[in-house]
Design a protein around this ligand. Structure first.
Ligand code: BGC
Length: 331
């Protein structure tokens, strides 16, 4: 009863403040665990406020039930538009259905939500991320003998993790078939947790020994876990490790030589654009999407931002020049 009264109060006050000039955006995040999502949240909120909107942020701590509840509470508050980073692209379908029933438009941010009616999808070219990781590894592998690699994928519940793998497959499969590369161990890191990646790397070393040339890892958080396992075996810096997100710790590892590369995704561009699209949609305008992507239910108007492969040679001219991290922070 008390909860209902609070929700009613929130709905009335949200509706009173919301108008087409001052829309209220509900931002539902899977997690704030990785540093990147903190950048996304801050840039998105800042850009939305500049456009006259306000943002209510929820973070679900990688828990589907909690994220459905978060979204339902944003719906009850009467937000004008929902922006969702799903923990699980399939499990969020029912929350989107509730939003549809309440007449609230939905934007999928960075990760696609499957089999439902969303209004727009903004992301990076995720297949290109995987291709950049694998191409970098391949160009640094020994050519005179069969190279031995480990593959650590992301969370199997994240549609992006599958796209990163798909991009890596595009580059690696022909070389594996040609007998130039052997995958000595591979596995998925549940919930993108560094400790799960560390366990996978430990298992790889137990199985394949120290004779490993590269570890193709899908993001910086899990690269950190793999590198921890390599450190304990005296292998850090000797085995090439890939990543993604240009996390501060990863950039520092690149400068110190324990991680070879990362993929920088200019979050500022994506988050700023998403804020603009959210405000436009809340005002009843159509998003200026450049492509479409089939999510199983419809061709979703989609926007794909470009990604940049980064190693120690171009770290300063990309990540630092862009103001993502300062040279000072990297020391
Ligand atoms: C994002 C990555 C991120 C990962 C873990 C993916 O969906 O695209 O940037 O590292 O999730 O949060």
């Amino acid at each position: 009863m008390k909860t209902r009264l609070i929700l009613l109060f929130l709905a009335v006050t949200t509706a009173a403040f919301a108008s087409k000039d001052h829309p209220v955006i509900g931002l539902s995040l899977d997690t704030l665990k990785e540093e990147r999502w903190q950048h996304d949240r801050d840039t998105f909120t800042g850009a939305a406020e500049k456009l006259g909107a306000s943002v209510v942020v929820q973070s679900a701590n990688s828990d589907d039930t909690r994220q459905v509840r978060d979204i339902q509470s944003l719906i009850s508050r009467g937000v004008d538009v929902l922006v969702i980073v799903p923990h699980n692209g399939a499990a969020m379908t029912r929350a989107v259905k509730s939003a549809n029933e309440a007449g609230i438009p939905v934007i999928a941010y960075d990760r696609l939500i499957l089999n439902c009616n969303i209004d727009c999808y903004l992301t990076f070219d995720n297949v290109k991320v995987g291709e950049a990781q694998a191409s970098y590894a391949v160009s640094h592998l020994p050519k005179e003998r069969k190279a031995r690699i480990v593959r650590i994928y992301g969370a199997p519940t994240d549609n992006n993790a599958k796209l990163f793998k798909q991009g890596q497959d595009n580059i690696l499969d022909p070389l594996i078939k040609a007998g130039q590369i052997e995958v000595v161990h591979e596995d998925w890191a549940l919930d993108w947790k560094p400790e799960n990646a560390k366990k996978i790397m430990n298992a790889a070393i137990t199985k394949a020994g120290h004779n490993i040339d590269a570890v193709v890892v899908s993001n910086d958080g899990t690269a950190g876990g793999a590198i921890q396992a390599l450190l304990e075996e005296g292998l850090a810096g000797k085995v090439l490790v890939t990543g993604q997100d240009a996390d501060l710790a990863a950039c520092q590892r690149i400068l110190r030589g324990t991680q070879a590369m990362t993929v920088y995704k200019p979050l500022k561009n994506l988050a700023t654009l998403a804020a603009r699209v959210a405000v436009e949609i809340a005002r009843g305008e159509k998003p200026a999407a450049t492509s479409t992507l089939d999510n199983g239910a419809k061709k979703v108007p989609s926007i794909f931002e470009k990604v940049i492969s980064v190693d120690k040679d171009n770290l300063m001219s990309t990540v630092v020049a862009d103001g993502f991290h300062t040279a000072e922070e990297l020391k």
